[in-house]
Design a protein around this ligand. Sequence first.
Ligand SMILES: [Zn+2]
Length: 363
Amino acid sequence: MDIAIKRRLSVFLFIFLLFLSGCAGVPKKGEIAAFDINGTAYYPLVRICEQKDIAWEYDTLTRSMTLAYGEHRINLRAGESIALVDGRPIHLSHPVEIYQGTMAVPEKFREQVLDVVFGRPQAVPTTYALSSKLRKVVIDAGHGGVDPGAIGRSGLREKDVNLDIAKRLSLILTQGGVEVVMTRSTDKFIPLPRRVEITNNSGADLFISIHSNANRVRSLNGFEVYYVSSGVSDSKRALSSAKSAPLNLEKAYFSGRSQTIKAILWDMIYTQSRAESIELSHSICRSMDDSTGVKVIGVKSAGFQVLRGPSLPSVLVETGFLSNSDEECKLKNSYYRQKIAEAVADGVANYAQEAVLVRMAHK
Ligand SMILES: [Zn+2]
C-alpha cells in the first residue's frame, strides 16, 4: 500500500473511531444501528464490512470506497446511487451518503449487492496461478507500418523493437495461462483511436503499451513506465467517454440512461483503474530493477492518448532510449529484448499476485 493510501486510511480510521466512541453502548454486539436519512434507513458501511470480514479502502479525494472480498470488488461514491460491482453498474434504491463522518448505504444495499455478490461461493486459490487474477491482457506494440517511431543512429527502428518485445511478452503470458490480445502482430499502421477501441472491446483486465524512447539529449538512457496523469481530468475523460465510447458494461443498463449517469460511471471506472495502473507501473519497475541490471528511471505519469482512452488499468512501457548509442546497441540484441519482456511479465505477475494476496490477507 502506498503512503498516500495509508494516510487516507488512517484519517478515515480516526474519523471512524471518533464515530464509534460517540455511539458507544448504543448498538448491541452483532447488531448494527441504523440511521434515518430523509426517511430511509441507512447503515454505516465500515460496520457492515467489519461484520462480514470485507476489506475496504476509502479515498477522501473522490469520496469513494472500494470493498474487496476474494476476487470481487465493489466501488461506491458518496452522492451516487450506483455501485460498480466487478466493473458492472448496479442501481441502488437510494444514493450513498456521508453521515456523521462515515459512508452510509441504504438498507437495501445488503440484499441488493452484498448478499448477491459476496454470497457467491469463493474459489480462493491456495497456490498462486497467474491466470487466477489475470484472464486477459491487451499488448500494444507502439507505432508500425508507415510510422516507424524513433530511429536510432545505426538505423534501429522503434516499431520493430516494440513489436519484437510485445511478441515475446505475449508468448510468456500465454504460457502462464493468460489470454493475450495484440493490437498489432505485424508491421502494420494502426491509428491510436483504433487501438483504444480494440482495448475497450476486448474485455481484458490490463493494457500494456510497449514503446522505446528517444531524446535530443543523447546521454539519456534507462527504463520507464508511464500511467495516465492526474492532470487529465477524470471527469473530462469520463464525459467524452460517455458520449463516444462503446461501453463494455451491460448495454441494457446504458440504453435510456442520461449522459450524466454514464459520465459518473466512467469517472468511477477511471478513478479505480488509475490506482491499479500506478500499482502495476511500480511492480514492473521493481522487476526490471531486480532482474536485468537496466537503469530504471522509474514510474512517471503522462497524458498519452493511448493511456487516456482505455477504461482498464493501463501502462506504457518505455523499454530504453534509441537515441542513446549504448542502449540502441543493447536493444538490437534479442537476448536483451527477451530479458526486458521477462521482467515486464514478472512485474505483471507480481502485481497480480499481490492483488490476490492482499485480498486474502484481509480475509
Ligand atoms: Zn513510441
